[in-house]
Write a protein that binds this ligand. Structure first.
Ligand code: TGC
Ligand code: FAD
Length: 389
């Protein structure tokens, strides 16, 4: 469907020429490579073939990682724009790029040894190697600090035991960054390679959401890993949580893409579809929905852009990132639901993107910290009182 993407407050003026070039190249790729077939893969509950290599080719993996490690050396706003354009296509595509970039490349780049960086980052940037991030466990989702996965030392090696659940790309990953407690009970990151004895990654079936992305478990049953696979430069829960800052920032931009797709589709459809002798966009009730959508998208765009500036200046706080993730995902989810209704019966069909975006966004509002958890983070930040204790 041909449409114009919304920029009601001329936010383009806030972007650099490089930002616009990046946006156009990813936008064109999504239009050609994702939109024509995404419904088919979603309906079939099948990951998009070679998606990681394709993302590597367009520079969407580790865009802000320095070029010496295979990244593109771009700024944080470019990263956000890439996530926005990918999620206009589908949240599954953005998920793959954000896990690889923020949850696998970021911790290796930030906390890894030089050997780890040289060995993994260029391969991950090209998409020839796929990574996943294991934090959530069957008994510990919102409260990762309670994790049971742990390791004991055995000479030059560690022996890792535990289970991770809901892990994006686990079934197709070559490596997993697994967060586990050491003998002292402190959280550490370990790079586990596929193929090591005792390590399995069963797929999670029957999802109604993110059906074009593989989700699975990480099962570690006496997995023996060399100590050189431990990320040396971080100890404690702040390790995985700081990776989440980067991924949540990307999501706050990404979901704007899904919302734009829903809004623009609804605007076009209701301008063309006639009932009672006139386009349904002419009815006040439909105009209210469209007016609220463009207002909410514009507010989300400004929030994301300002957060990008703060992030470029290394001034963005985790609580500011929580606010943007929570607000923007909620905005996109509400718009997907309203836009679906505006297409009437046609809104449930795969020819239109709303139902797919809506189902995807039900995961996005849950992962990377749920809607309620982010509210409590904001509450803690403004009151100074910790509701988790
Ligand atoms: P708490 O005691 O508050 O903090 C423990 C330590 O961590 C530090 N910290 C952070 N550091 C960096 N960034 C952040 N955002 C941080 N938040 C906290 C904190 O300063 C402390 O450091 P230190 O040095 O004093 O030890 O921790 P808590 O156990 O009370 O938990 C706080 C809470 C609930 C906010 C946190 O655990 C949380 O965010 N829970 C949500 C879990 C979550 O988001 N999981 C996401 C899993 S990954 C995923 O969903 C990927 S989906 C990917 C896709 O497909 O796109
Ligand atoms: P729970 O923590 O059990 O929460 C259930 C409900 O209780 C939620 O509504 C929550 O808001 C609420 N709740 C919990 N605590 C409180 C509280 N203190 N106060 C008020 N309400 C509360 N994890 C990874 O590590 N890596 C991945 O790649 C990854 N990918 C994912 C992909 C998908 C498709 C999905 C669905 C999840 C993924 N996750 C991943 C896991 C995700 O981060 C968790 O699902 C999420 O953090 C919530 O944990 P939970 O599902 O155990 O829910």
């Amino acid at each position: 469907m041909e449409y114009t993407l919304p920029d009601y407050y001329v936010i383009d003026d806030l972007l650099t020429e490089e930002h616009k070039i990046v946006r156009q190249s990813i936008r064109d790729w999504v239009t050609q490579a994702i939109i024509p077939t995404i419904d088919q893969y979603t309906q079939a509950h099948q990951p998009i073939p070679n998606i990681m290599e394709q993302l590597g080719e367009i520079g969407a993996l580790g865009p802000y990682i320095p070029e010496e490690y295979g990244g593109a050396g771009l700024d944080q706003i470019s990263y956000g724009i890439i996530m926005q354009e990918l999620e206009r296509g589908d949240s599954a595509v953005r998920s793959s790029a954000s896990v690889q970039s923020s949850l696998v490349m970021f911790p290796i780049y930030t906390f890894g040894s030089e050997t780890q960086k040289q060995k993994y980052l260029p391969q991950l940037a090209s998409g020839k190697m796929v990574g996943c991030f294991g934090l959530t466990e069957p008994n510990h989702g919102s409260n990762p600090g309670g994790m049971e996965t742990s390791f004991v030392e055995d000479g030059d090696h560690i022996i890792l035991n535990g289970a991770k659940m809901w892990i994006t790309n686990a079934p197709i990953a070559d490596i997993a960054v697994v967060w586990a407690k050491n003998e002292g009970g402190k959280v550490q990151g370990v790079i586990v390679e596929r193929g090591v004895a005792g390590f399995t990654t069963p797929e999670t079936h029957n999802k109604w959401s993110l059906r074009a992305s593989a989700t699975g478990e990480l099962i570690m049953d006496d997995v023996r890993v060399h100590k050189s696979q431990i990320l040396p430069d971080v100890l404690g829960l702040k390790g995985p949580l700081s990776c989440l800052n980067s991924a949540r920032f990307g999501i706050s931009w990404g979901v704007i893409g899904a919302a734009m797709d829903c809004y623009a589709t609804a605007l076009k459809y209701t301008s063309e579809r006639e009932q009672f002798g006139r386009p349904i966009a002419g009815f006040q009730l439909q105009q209210k929905k469209l007016a609220e959508m463009i207002t909410d998208i514009t507010k989300a765009q400004l929030l994301a852009w300002r957060l990008g500036v703060l992030k470029n200046e290394h001034r963005a706080t985790p609580a500011q990132i929580s606010m943007a993730k929570r607000n923007n995902v909620d905005m996109a989810l509400r718009i997907s639901r309203d836009a679906r209704q505006m297409l009437g019966g046609m809104g449930i069909m795969g020819e239109f993107p709303m139902m797919r975006h809506m189902a995807n966004l039900e995961s996005v509002v849950t992962y990377e910290g749920t809607h309620d958890i982010h509210l409590l983070i904001t509450g803690m930040d403004v009151t100074g009182i910790n509701a988790f204790e």
